[in-house]
Design a protein. Sequence first.
Length: 166
Amino acid sequence: MKAKTKPHSRTSWQEKLHRNNGLPKKGRVEGKMTQRWGTGTLVIPAPLEVDALMRQVPRGRLTTINELRAALARRHEVDLACPITTGIFAWIAAHAAAEAEAAKQKGATPTPYWRTLKTGGELNPKYPGGIALLKKRLTAEGHTVTQKGTRFFVKDFDQRLAQLGD
C-alpha cells in the first residue's frame, strides 16, 4: 500500500520577494571574495530593496544589475553590494511581477523588470517570458534590440540609463 503524500506547496514569488531573512547585512569583503571583488565593505541587500530600485526606472529608460549594485552601495555607505544576491533578487522581483501580472492583482503595479539589463546592456533570458517578451516590451518603449551570436542587447543602452536615487 502506498503512503499518501501531501500535495507539494510551492512558495510563491511574492513570498520570496517579501522574505528578508535578516537582510540587509553589512560586512567586510574577506577570504576568497577578495580575489574577485577586492577589499572593503559589502552589503547583502534585502529583496525588496532591489525591487524598489527596479521600480524607479521609468518607461523609456533602463538600468543594469551593476547600476542597482552601485545605488545599493551608496545607500548603505559601503564599497559594494553583493553581485550574486543582487542578481538573484532582481530575478525574484521579475518573477514576482510576472506572477502578480498573471493573477491580475488589483492595484498592483508590477515591477518593470524588462528595463533591468545584465552587464553591457544584455537582456536576461532567465526573466519571465524569455527574450521574446523582453524584446517586445523594450521595443514598445522605443529601444532597439540587437543580436550578437546567441545573445541579445539593447543598442546604446548606456545613453538611456536612469538615475537611481535613494
